[in-house]
Write a protein that binds this ligand. Sequence first.
Ligand code: ASP
Length: 331
Amino acid sequence: MSLPRILMVSLGGTITMTPSKAGGIAPTLTAEDLLAAVPEMEQVAVLDAASPLALPSASLTVDEVADLARTIDARLRDDVDGVVVIQGTDTIEETAFLLELLVESGKPVVVTGAMRGPQTPGADGPANLLAAVTVAASVDAHGLGVLVVLNDEIHAARFVQKSHTTLPSAFTSPSLGPLGLVIERRAIFRVRVQRSPALRHGAWTDRPTPVALVKMALGEDGRLLRALPELGYQGLVLEGMGAGHVPAELAPIIGELIAKMPVVLCSRAHTGPSLRATYGYDGSEIDLLRRGAISGGDLSGLKARLLLMALLRQSARPDAIKEAFRTYSTY
Ligand code: ASP
């Protein structure tokens, strides 16, 4: 049986970083270098390598990710069976979710990286690469949407988050757990999730659609919220306290904002949805939704921001935005 053809695209990140003259580590290695370092991958797939970027992942832009989504779809249509995206772990939960929104193909797209640099004892990059290629080459990974593979665990882009700054086990999906594991070079899926419907990435225009992400905190006085329209923001994702709450005196300010831009209500808690129908005081989720806020459901603020940004790029109408949040949130 012939091996599947997998494209490995490197954007940079710790997995590519070696000591720099300025001190610390910085991206230097290419996808070809990584491929050469893990020859076992050639037993799993025929590999193509590309290195369009070499950045720490904090410096990736949403437009670069949208360009990558187009490239991935073109290659999956033309000549490859799956794609592995290699990048920094700091923003994997965002890039994987944006790719989930924009990539139309149902073939496997897997994002991976490393928590330790290649020259650090116990470097996890080689094992993560082999596991990621194994998943991308698996027929069982079709139709699950974008997957994130590190530490031999397979996570869905919708649910995954970086939960620790240094451990190789940093990636978790607290509301669901991993979809599966890589064991003895096999991708074993224990749970299958319905992939999110793809937005049309043809409609991702170059016009920037800045969306603010604001976390509520004790004693917040709302001056930042008031300033958002003047700063040019076109939308707001609010990470409310608990189930989606704000101090009472901020509720009217948010009501005024809603007249100017879509406001999506998420929770600053790391797990669980913002509610819809439990608390009824001023500043509660019922109050804010009644004023016209859109429920972000169980999407994290980071993911809700990307969804709102993508919808605004497509000039989605308010009703379509509400509908999309109902579709993409599982709560
Ligand atoms: N700590 C990061 C990483 O794991 C750096 C980055 O995100 O580029 O790759």
